[in-house]
Structures are given as C-alpha cells and as structure tokens.
Design a protein. Structure first.
Length: 517
C-alpha cells in the first residue's frame, strides 16, 4: 500500500482495507513465531544464543508470550567493540557514495518488511497498529533523509581559495566506534536513525537495545545483515542497564548516540568525559492557551499529545498553562476528549490508547495520580475498561487542575498519561512557568494575538515549538518537515535530529593545507 502522507499526526493515510489485512496477516505470523523464539545478539557477523536469557511477554496481554531474549555479558561487550574497531578502517575508507548505497538499501528493506516490523512493535511495546506502522515509516524516512543530506554535501569537503602556493580544504572525518543506545518507546526508528547517521559519516556502531525491546533490535539487525553491510560494521547487544554501562565505559568507544532519560544521558556524558555524545533526553512539555485561542482546536491537540501511546513520548504534553478565564472549560474539554478515546489491546483495529510498557510504569503512574488527587484543585480520571484491568499494563488517563506552583508533577518527567492545567493571567506568566524546568524539548501556543506569538517565539526555551497546531500541541515532528531536539536538559548539542546540522555531530572537522611538491 502507499504510505504517502503517513505521519505521526495523520493516521488516516494508513486506514484502508489493504493496510488492515496486511497488518493482521503479519500479526498472526509474528505471534506464532515469537512464542518459542529466542532473540539473539549479533557480534562480529555471528548470532549468539548461548547466553543467559530472560522471558518476554506483551504489555498489551501478559498471556501473549514473545519468547526469550539473550542477555549480553561483559565479554560480548568487549567483543562487539573490538569487532567494530576492526571494521572501522575499511568502512571509513569507503567512498561516501558507497556507504549511502548500503544505507538506502537498508531503508528499502525496512520498507519492504514494514508489516512484520509494525506487528512486532505492537506486540512488544504496545503501540496501536497506526502508531506502529508510522514508526516503521519514520525509520525509512530517517535513513533516506540522512542519505540525501549527505549526498547534497558533496562528500563533506569544503575548498578554500588558494593562499599563495597553498591549497586548503576542510573535511569531516569520523571518530571511530559509536555506542548507540535507543529508547523503548521508539526502539526501531530512533535506533535506526542514530545508527545511520553515525554510519554515513564513516563510524562503525555497537547498538545496545533496551531490555524492554530486544525484538526491535533483532529485527533491525536482521535487515542490516540482509543489506550486506560488512562484518563488524554494525553489532547488536541486549540486556539491562549494566550492559549499557559496560559499553559506554569501554575505552575504545569514540562517541555515543542516546535517547532516553536525562539522568542516564547525563551519566553517559560524564562517562565519555569530553568525547561526543549526541543525546535527546526527554521533556516536560507545555502548551500555553490564551484567551483568544480556538478552544476546540487546543483541546483536541492537547489530548492527542497528552494521551496517545499512554503519554509515553518524550514530547508528550504534560502541562498546560491556560488563561484563568478558560481553565475549567479547557480541562473539561480535554477530559471529554480522553473519555472518547477507544481503549483496547494495541493490535485491535479500533484502539487509540493501549497499554503502558510494563507494570512498573503503572505503579509509578498510580503514585503520580495519588499526588494529583491529593494536591490539585480538581482531578479527573478516565478509568481503564474493566476487561483490560487484569490483561496487561493499562492506566487511566488523568486531568489535574491547579497544583501548587513548583509541585513535583509540574517539574518531573513522568512518561505518563497525566496532564496538569495551571491558571495564568498573561502569556508572559505562562512562558516564565513553562521555562521553569530543567527540560527544554517541545512547547505549544494557542492564541489569535500576533503579539503573543512573537513574545512566545522570542522567549520560549525549547528546541521544537508549535503555534496553533491542530494535529498535536507538543508532539508530531516529522522527518523532512520539522527537525526534532531539545535545549537545556533535553539535549546535549543544540542540533536537532533530522535537521540541517545533525550529521555533522558524528564527525570532526580537519583543515588540510597542502603545498604541492
């Protein structure tokens, strides 16, 4: 089927009989395959199964067995880094065009296997079928975008005017072996995107997939192998936090790409101690709604950003600073939007909001709901349907109104389907409150006042901002249309993914002046 127009904000592009039939067929095959499969790691061109394993089940239905996953040990980490290091000289020596051919071949293979990958994403991380197919499409778009961007830069060589008999050029050169640590919520697309950027620039990679998403990593590695990347250029590890720590602590690691929590990202930066870290580290994203806003547009957009994928997006809207004349009206409208969202297993055709990633997330979110119920002026929850309560890791959808300023729920990233509405009297007050957080990822504004728009764009401290956007208040950046990255504690470099400056972060500049003999 054609996916033209398919983005995070436009699921209708996939809503067809052909799509549903292909997805359902892939889902049946994946469910049957996963039951007894052991998901391996991949080091130096070889798949390894003979390691300790941990069982794996679906967060959408605990009775759906997803096999077992292999856990890398310290020797595997060292071997993967050594393999990547050994492959580095020849990979670095390839012409950029040859590296791009392989990356584009990988993009084509992902495209051809989109339903298989999407079905597994629904099973493994609980995304509904639309979100899953969109993540696969994002992976394809990321690889093609980075390949096109590299091609347009003519080999990353800049020629300068001669100075006497001196000829000078500036070139970008790779660092070496990069650790790539992807997130559980976009384990396929973001891992593929970070890896492709590092590879295009001449680095080799060791991917460490989260322990919550071993299947996504294996699916990506299978396609890398099918694309005929040279042995050792891409390696795959799986396991818990200790594996990630061992990988980033390896002295042969030249840089790291990371998406995840601010706490872990900052720890990686300390470990690498001056070596490059390209990190996106979450957010505490706010929408600002002023008195002249279209409330219908704002309510739908806020609900989309707050509750889709159960709020488990780094760009999810968790705070709304709203003009005090509209606070209760807007909060009620968003709660009504939440109540109208169809709840169900992630693979059900009608599901809009599925499960959390695991029960531990549910316990953390339940504690946040208790705090909101205790401390907010009002608190409303759209409860989990009875048939889902004991099936998997499902959560209610929470709307809190007017917590004490400075409250933890206004500052801490929760990865939760909870949005807090705070009353303000002006756009200046709202911007100050929005910026009062260690994060600076995304933000939105709803107003008809051009002066308020100008103040917002000038003063807001976030890497991705939207104004009067109906498809999502703080979510939905799409490759080729918006770049994506954070300021302050949400990012490490100030350069956004799928933006004009992203690839350059995976290489270092060398100025070369040559006097011909």
């Amino acid at each position: 089927m054609s996916t033209q127009g398919l983005t995070h904000a436009n699921w209708s592009a996939a809503d067809s009989a052909e799509f549903h039939a292909a997805y359902d067929s892939a889902l049946r095959a994946a469910t049957n395959e996963a039951t007894s499969r052991q998901w391996p790691i991949h080091v130096a061109g070889n798949w390894h199964h003979d390691r300790p394993v941990f069982s794996h089940t679906s967060p959408g239905d605990r009775s759906v067995a997803l096999g077992s996953a292999t856990c890398a040990n310290e020797g595997d980490v060292d071997a993967a880094v050594a393999a990547a290091r050994a492959a580095y000289p020849s990979w670095r020596g390839l012409a950029v065009s040859d590296r791009l051919t392989l990356v584009r071949r990988l993009a084509d293979l992902i495209d051809a296997n989109r339903y298989r990958v999407a079905a597994y994403l629904s099973l493994e991380i609980g995304k509904n079928r639309y979100e899953s197919i969109t993540e696969v499409q994002e992976a394809v778009e990321l690889l093609r975008f980075y390949a096109d961007a590299a091609e347009s830069e003519d080999g990353f060589v800049t020629h300068y005017p001669p100075l006497g008999n001196e000829e000078s050029v500036s070139v970008l050169r790779p660092y070496g072996v990069w650790a790539i640590l992807g997130p559980f919520n976009f384990p396929f697309a973001l891992t593929a995107g970070m890896s492709a950027a590092a590879l295009i620039m001449g680095n080799t990679v060791v991917i460490k997939t989260p322990d919550l998403t071993p299947i996504a990593g294996v699916l990506l590695m299978e396609l890398v192998e099918s694309a005929d990347f040279p042995v050792g250029v891409v390696n795959l590890l799986a396991g818990g936090a200790e594996v990630g720590k061992e990988l980033t602590a390896n002295p042969e690691i030249a840089g790291a790409g990371f998406t995840g929590s601010m706490e872990v990202g900052q720890a990686i930066r300390r470990t690498l101690d001056g070596r490059p870290v390209v990190a996106e580290m979450g957010g505490k994203n706010a929408a600002i709604v002023m008195s002249s806003a279209d409330l219908d547009v704002a309510a739908e957009a806020i609900a989309r950003s707050a509750f889709r994928y159960s709020g488990q997006k780094c760009s999810a809207c968790s705070r709304v600073f709203v003009h005090n004349r509209l606070t209760d009206q807007l909060a009620e409208a968003v709660a009504a939007q939440a109540a109208a969202m169809t709840r169900g297993t992630p693979w059900d055709k009608e599901t809009v909001v599925g499960p959390l990633i695991n029960q531990a997330a549910g316990e953390r979110i339940a504690a946040a709901f208790d705090a909101a119920a205790r401390d907010a002026r009002s608190f409303t929850v759209t409860e989990v349907p009875e048939e889902l309560v004991d099936l998997g890791a499902y959560s209610g959808l929470g709307v809190a109104v007017d917590l004490p300023m400075g409250h933890g729920l206004l500052r801490q990233e929760l990865f939760a389907p909870l949005v807090v509405f705070q009353s303000v009297s002006s756009v200046e007050e709202a911007i100050t409150a929005t910026n009062d957080t260690p994060f600076g990822l995304t933000a939105g504004l709803y107003t008809s006042d051009r002066g308020e728009i100008e103040v917002f764009l000038d003063r807001i401290e976030a890497g991705v901002v939207y104004v009067n956007r109906s498809s999502g208040a703080t979510t939905g950046a799409w490759v080729g249309h918006q770049s994506f990255g954070g300021w302050k504690g949400s990012g490490s470099t100030g350069a956004n993914a799928h933006g004009a400056y992203y690839l350059h972060q995976f290489a270092r500049e060398q100025s070369r002046t040559v006097v011909a003999p």
